[in-house]
Design a protein around this ligand. Structure first.
Ligand code: ZN
Length: 186
């Protein structure tokens, strides 16, 4: 595992230092991401421009993880509507899912998760609802035998990209005991 990790680090480092972008525009999952952005934008007509920027940033976060997963050679399903919370990435054969959470919307206890000074009550309630929904979705997934990894936006800085790749690899390669059939397989 050690040497695999080293060679992966090399690949990833080369990839990033050459500033090469993975071509994603013709991928179906990218199209999904775009349409999601569209509906998100429509939601936002009554909200501030600042919040719209935060959401666009969330999509960018998913793309960072997507690029790493592609470099690591995984295949996944994006936003499977058959799973609780439509996880950003699901791996049916591995029975694992990955969520990428923007720190603001999902209430991370970090500087990026800090609430605006105006309308604070509204935001406290809103973000608390989001967090409660996130917890319910994780519980539902785990009950159905899925392993869940949550990646926070603040962990996706370029300086931590190798850490991210290792985290994904550790999570996806970890053996998990067989916990029953997916209801959709029956
Ligand atoms: Zn954070």
């Amino acid at each position: 595992m050690g040497s695999l990790r080293e060679s992966l680090s090399n690949v990833i480092q080369r990839r990033f230092s050459s500033n090469e972008e993975a071509p994603i525009s013709d991928e179906p999952d990218h199209a999904t991401a775009m349409s999601r952005t569209g509906s998100r934008e429509r939601d936002l007509t009554t909200r501030s421009l600042q919040m719209s920027r935060v959401r666009t940033a969330d999509t960018a976060l998913e793309q960072v993880v997507e690029q790493q997963l592609r470099l690591l050679g995984y295949r996944w399903i994006s936003n499977d509507p058959g799973l609780p919370g439509k996880p950003d990435f699901s791996f049916p054969k591995l029975r694992k899912v990955v969520f990428v959470h923007g720190c603001f919307w999902h209430g991370h206890e970090c500087p990026r998760g800090r609430l605006p000074k105006s309308n604070t009550e509204f935001w406290i309630e809103k973000i608390a609802r989001n967090s409660a929904r996130d917890r319910r979705q994780v519980e539902a997934l785990e009950l159905a035998g899925w392993d869940v990894l949550i990646i926070w936006g603040c962990a996706l800085r370029p300086a931590r990209i190798i850490e991210l790749a290792c985290q994904l690899l550790d999570f996806l390669e970890a053996q998990q005991p067989f916990r029953g059939l997916d209801p959709r397989d029956q």
